[in-house]
Structure formats: C-alpha cells, structure tokens
Design a protein around this ligand. Structure first.
Ligand code: HEM
Length: 394
C-alpha cells in the first residue's frame, strides 16, 4: 500500500488506505517521496502539541518550502514559537470576537441571497454558486478588499494551490499566481497606510504588544502582507470544502439531514461531525528537529513527517463506528481545526459561516439530491473536497 498525497485515486477516497495505515503501519515511511507519516489519533494529537520537535518552519504540506522565501513576509502558520506567538498575539488584537460577531448579519444576508437563487433554479452547483462565493465574500469584506479585485484574487488563490498528478513539484502556474497575489497585498497595505479605513487590516497597522523585554512591538508591513495572504487562502478553501463535503454527506444520509431540519439546535454539532468525518485539511506537514522514535523505529532529525488528521479523525481507537456520519455524535475532540499552538485562528469564523449556511439551507431545501458521478474533485496537496457538486433541491 502506498500513501501518495498527489495521487488522484487517493483524493477520491483516502479512507481505506488510512485504515490500513493505522492498523499495519502507524508510523509509515515513503522512500520514493521521502517522508514519514503518523495516522493514529493519539499520535497525531501528541505530535501536534510538540512544536519544538515537529517544526512548521519548512511549510505544512509535503512540498518543502525554503523558509528564506517567507523571511520578508512571514506567515504565522510557517513559524515556530516564539516568533509565531508574537505574530499571533498581534493579529489577535484586531481579529476579535466582537469584529467577528459584527459579521453575522452580513453573512446571513449573503447566504440567503445565494440560497434563494439556487432554490429558484431548483438546484445548481453547490460549490460554484454557494460554498465558494460565500467565504470569499466574508474574508474579503473582513479584510476590506474592493469588490472589483475579488474575482481576480480568488482565481489566483485557486491556481496557487493546484498540483499536478503524482508529483510534489509545485507547478509554474501556481508559483506565478503566488507572486501575483503577494504583489496585490503589498499594494493593498501600501494604499491602506495612506488611506486607512475601519477594517481589520487597518486595525493591524496600529496593533501593539509588549515584547519580552517590555518594549512595545508592532507588525511590519511585510508581516501584515503575510497575514493577508495567509487569511486569504486559509479562510477560503477550507470553508468551501467543508460546506460542499457537508452537502454530499447530507445527500447520502437524508435521515441525518432530516434531523437538522427538524431540530436546528443540532446544527453546531453537525458542523463538527462534518469536520471530523470528511476533514477538509487532511494532513499537517512538519519537519523533525531531532531524532524521534515511534513504534521501534527512528525518524531522523530533518525528516519530513505528515500528521494525518484526516485519518486521526476516523480512528476507531478514539471514535466508535468512525465511518458513520452521525450529527448527534458530538465529536468534541476531533483534530480538523488543528491542535496546539497552530490551532485554527479562524475556527470561530468557520463555525459561524457554516452554522448560518446550514440553518438557512435546511430551512429552505427539504431534500438534497447529488449526482456523485458528476461531482469533480480538487487536486490539491492536503485539501480534500470538491471543485463542483451539482445538486437538485427537491
Ligand atoms: C472549515 C474551515 C477551516 C478548517 C478545516 C481549517 C483548518 C485549519 C488547520 C488544520 C489549521 C492548523 C494548521 C497547522 O497546524 O499547521 C489551521 C490554522 C489556521 N487557520 Fe484555519 N481552518 C478553517 C478556516 C479558517 C478560516 C475561516 C480562517 C481565517 C479567517 C482560518 C485561518 C487560519 C490561520 C491564520 C491559521 C494559522 C494559525 C497559527 O499558525 O497559529 N482558518 N486551520
């Protein structure tokens, strides 16, 4: 059995392979692609907590990144403490619960507009007409990106994540898209410095924390550009995938859909269960900063190691009957939003967007029908989900 995160067959259904890994190779080694992987819940959770041993500094996908590439525009997701903690503390000054709560009305209005159109048509493409435009509008509104730039930016984001079949080499089109996005954010921050508004990014310009020696510290323009770029991709792709995965799950399990239709109080649990069952971000990549020992073998210092959260969330050692999608399960301990210092900064926003979408969708659509033979998968390194989900609102 081979774990190849770039294989299209693997993207289609990684779960039988994960089960085999957990049972037969809980520490897995792939010589050809030169990486190791942990697949059991407890192992993935423990390693996620130990940032000193499992470093994020060379990126979190299988493709290694040269940390020098990000020196000028650092992103917290690719930094270890203490640099990570300083950035996270600073952006948390602007990324407040109050600012997020202020988005609720905007999210509901956007969601209902998108769903009403789908209902009128009797269905459509769940991804292209709902789960993709929604988080894009939310993040771009949060950051204050002008309407006219949004479509262009979203296309670049998609391109930057595309990978070719069976190879870890980042394609040229993805590199070009990344460079174009960076350029956009540089100009965006520059413009805000000259003409500040009341958005999140403008608030970041003034955010201040005390360094360890007591001196005040602020974000540099490069750090703000890195943050915008990170939020732009982290806040879009994953929510798009979660919602479309949920749509397919509810079409497969109409009895679970009926539960949330009749009892909307179950929706927050349903969001957690969809995150657990079909995890949008399937693994977190790390590099070992020292030799480590797992299951009697040594993983040498400097090795690439994947923490397979997608597998951990289906581990029967942690979740009874893990393959079953059950909205009343209350899976409090899943790892779909990460664990430890890098726990998803946007978790509350992701939950808010997903809850409102499921509330409004289940109120308007009595039954979902999805023709899975016409669904199209995305082929990204660690993002699991669909590019297109044609559905009928029955
Ligand atoms: C369902 C949606 C989402 C999923 C499944 C998800 C998943 C994750 C995961 C697994 C991590 C940990 C990465 C690691 O350990 O290397 C993470 C971190 C992060 N996420 Fe999310 N995310 C979602 C939505 C969002 C949203 C909406 C935003 C922003 C508005 C966001 C921003 C971030 C940021 C900034 C980090 C880095 C935090 C740090 O390094 O301290 N995410 N996310």
């Amino acid at each position: 059995m081979e774990l190849n995160p770039f294989s299209h067959e693997f993207h289609e259904n990684p779960y039988p392979l994960y089960r085999w890994l957990r049972d037969h190779a809980p520490l897995y080694r792939n010589d050809a692609l030169d990486f190791w992987a942990l697949s059991r819940f407890k192992d993935v959770r423990d390693a996620s907590l130990d940032w000193a041993t499992y470093s994020s500094a060379e990126g979190t996908t299988l493709e290694r990144m040269d940390p020098r590439l990000f020196e000028a525009r650092p992103m917290m997701i690719f930094l270890d403490p203490p640099r990570h903690d300083r950035l996270r503390k600073l952006v948390s000054r602007a990324f407040t619960p109050r600012r997020l709560a202020g988005l609720e009305v905007f999210i509901r209005t956007t969601v209902t507009g998108l769903i009403d159109r789908l209902v009128e048509q009797g269905g459509g493409d769940f991804v292209r007409e709902l789960s993709m435009p929604l988080p894009m509008d939310v993040i771009f509104t949060l950051l204050g990106v002008p309407e006219g730039d949004r479509h262009w930016l979203r296309e670049r984001m998609d391109l930057s994540l595309e990978r070719d079949r069976d190879t870890p080499v980042v394609p040229q089109r993805a590199l070009v898209a990344m460079a174009e996005m960076m350029q956009f954010w540089v100009q965006f921050v520059d413009e805000l410095r000259r003409r500040p508004n009341d958005g999140l990014v403008a608030a970041l310009l003034d955010a201040e924390v005390e360094s360890d020696d007591g001196t005040p510290s602020r974000l540099t323009d490069g750090e703000i550009v890195g943050f915008c770029s990170l939020l732009g991709s982290a806040g879009n792709e994953t929510v798009t995938k979660l919602l479309a995965n949920a749509c397919v799950l509810f079409a497969r399990h109409p009895e679970e859909y009926d539960k949330i239709r009749h009892d909307p109080a179950l929706i927050p649990d349903a969001v957690e269960e969809a995150l657990r069952h079909t995890t949008p971000s399937q693994y977190q990549g790390r590099v070992c900063t020292r030799d480590v020992s797992w299951y009697g073998r040594t993983v040498p210092k400097g090795s690439r190691i994947l923490l397979l959260t997608g597998s951990a969330n289906r581990d029967e050692r942690e979740f009874p009957d893990p393959e079953r999608f059950d909205v009343s399960r209350r899976p409090e301990s899943h790892l779909a939003l990460g664990y430890g210092v890098h726990f998803c900064l946007g978790a509350s926003l992701a939950r808010l967007e997903s809850r409102i979408t499921l509330e409004e969708f289940s109120r308007r659509v009595p039954r979902i029908e999805v023709d899975e033979s016409r669904c199209v998968r995305v082929h990204m390194s660690n993002v699991h989900g669909y590019e297109s989900v044609p559905f009928r609102a029955a």
